[in-house]
Design a binder for this molecule. Structure first.
Ligand code: MEV
Length: 315
């Protein structure tokens, strides 16, 4: 099942962040969602000879993680890969760093796991297919996220826009035009495990109400896919606003997110919504043009927040 090749220690391996455009949280309950990679913000991993064992050297966290640490996404990932390929623990240090803010909804955990997975598999001489990377990272995501849908590892491992339904092969789709996005960071770290847990509690308390919201989110996501394919930016923006309202209704909003959404809309965004787990983290705004994208980005920065520009659907 696994292909092998001659390894090298020279390369650095990277993986992108991600943004969910439509359908987060509902995707945990079998509804579709749409996500895009953010190729300009990445996690990087590179190997060097070890100190007698396998160590993941998480430079940003100033943490060295070994296989004995059963609660780390990286040790789970490494152990699974070693077991599946029937290899013993290598004498290797994998250095890891990431430009993605943690707990921000940009897929930092999936990106870091993917970068480590690529570096380790390269050292082991294992040629992994994208779906194999995605599966390995999914196992590691369970440590961080509890009951992940699998969308983060999928979009990060495939590095292409995806229409995703849990348990199904991811579907890629074409965009009718280039879309200009601005990502605004509340700076508030938020745990996806917690927000997913809170949504589950509300679902247990009032299944009718919550399933109704999930159905509405599904309609928004289906409409969003069509609007992206048609290149209808106004429709995409409206649906993002609608998705944001619904995310507030299922309890994953935050007042800082509202502030950033308002700043973006006042600056001329066609739509804006929280993205990912919510409860803090990031929001994403759609701009009508590259010029408007820059303006929205500046307004968010002036309001005292970090902002990034990204695009998708380039020819
Ligand atoms: C997190 O990026 C997206 C959520 O829908 C959780 C998941 O799909 O696993 C909130």
């Amino acid at each position: 099942k696994y292909a092998y090749f001659h390894n090298s220690m020279k390369n650095s391996f990277t993986a992108p962040g991600k943004i969910i455009l439509f359908g987060e949280h509902a995707v945990v309950y079998g509804k579709p969602a749409i996500a895009i990679p953010v190729s300009g913000m990445r996690a990087s991993a590179w190997s060097e000879p070890g100190e007698g064992k396998l160590t993941i050297n998480a430079l940003d966290l100033n943490q060295k993680i070994g296989l004995e640490n059963k609660t780390s996404q990286f040790s789970v990932l490494a152990q699974t890969l070693l077991s599946k390929t029937k290899q013993s623990e290598p004498n290797l240090t994998i250095n890891l760093t990431s430009k993605l803010p943690q707990g921000s909804g940009m897929g930092s955990s999936a990106a870091t796991s993917t970068a480590v997975c690529k570096a380790l598999s390269n050292y082991l001489g294992v040629d992994l297919e994208k779906n194999q990377i995605s599966e390995l990272v999914f196992d590691a995501e369970k440590i961080v996220h509890g009951t992940p849908s699998g969308i983060d590892n999928t979009v990060v491992a495939y590095e292409s826009p995806v229409y995703f339904v849990k348990g199904q092969e991811p579907v890629t789709f074409d965009s009718g035009r280039t879309f200009y996005l601005v990502i605004g960071d509340t700076g508030i770290e938020s745990s996806t495990k917690e927000t997913v847990g809170n949504v589950r509690d509300l679902l247990d308390k009032d299944p009718n109400l919550m399933n109704g919201y999930f159905d509405e989110i599904e309609n928004v996501t289906e409409g969003g896919k069509k609007a992206i394919e048609d290149g209808d930016k106004e429709a995409v923006g409206e649906l993002m606003n609608k998705n944001h309202e619904l995310l507030n209704k299922i309890g994953v909003g935050h007042r800082e997110l509202e502030k950033l959404v308002d700043v973006s809309l006042d600056a001329g965004a066609l739509g804006a919504k929280l993205t990912g787990g919510g409860g803090g983290g990031n929001m994403v705004a759609l701009a009508g043009s590259a010029k408007e994208q820059k303006e929205i980005c500046e307004k968010i920065t002036e309001a005292g927040y970090r902002a990034y520009q990204t695009t998708f659907g380039e020819d």
